[in-house]
Design a protein. Structure first.
Length: 183
């Protein structure tokens, strides 16, 4: 039997070997990013801005689950979901359940997601955000609420567009510092 030969040219073209290894995140960095995301979700917006606003908490949690899974887990997702439910005056536990489900999916798919560039990760993150919104709508419909309309799902699309810049910004302090003694 011949061993399977790995095509090095294909590996270089996908940039698997050229990815940076991120430094471990400090607890204050994770806390600060989630706090800022929570504040952005709490901003009172109206009209089209409210329709297009992505769930910043969900996107930030997905970033930490994909890149530093030891920092953000189900308990933080549940607590942030309860805060979102209290702020929005929703059914208590609606966002908490949705956040726990997306954290679960992110932890399951994190190795797959890390193989891709940020632009290739975006559609997969968008699918996870869409699952979160479907869960929120289903819970609302089960409690005799009205269907919010199809425009409700536009937040997943804006979350896809926000994934790459947000990930880039959150990775800046985690990138390794250049070694002055290197050649």
């Amino acid at each position: 039997m011949n061993p399977k030969i790995i095509d090095e040219e294909k590996l270089r073209s996908n940039n698997y070997l050229g990815q940076d290894i991120l430094a471990p995140a400090k607890n204050w960095h994770v806390f600060l990013s989630l706090t800022i995301a929570l504040i952005l979700n709490f901003l009172p917006l109206q009209g089209n801005f409210l329709i297009l606003r992505p769930d910043f908490v969900a996107i930030t949690m997905l970033f930490w689950c994909v890149n530093q899974p030891q920092r953000v887990g189900m308990s933080i997702a549940f607590c942030l979901g309860l805060m979102m439910d209290v702020n929005n005056a929703n059914i208590l536990g609606q966002h908490a359940l949705a956040y726990c489900v997306i954290v679960y999916f992110a932890l399951i798919l994190r190795r797959r997601l890390r193989m891709f560039s940020l632009l290739q990760q975006a559609p997969q993150i968008g699918f996870i955000l869409l699952i979160m919104q479907i869960i929120i709508v289903l819970i609302a419909l089960l409690s005799d609420s009205n269907f919010p309309g199809w425009h409700f799902f536009l937040a997943s699309v804006t979350g896809v567009f926000l994934w790459a810049p947000l990930s880039f910004i959150l990775c800046i302090p985690l990138r390794p510092k250049p070694d002055p003694d290197a050649l």
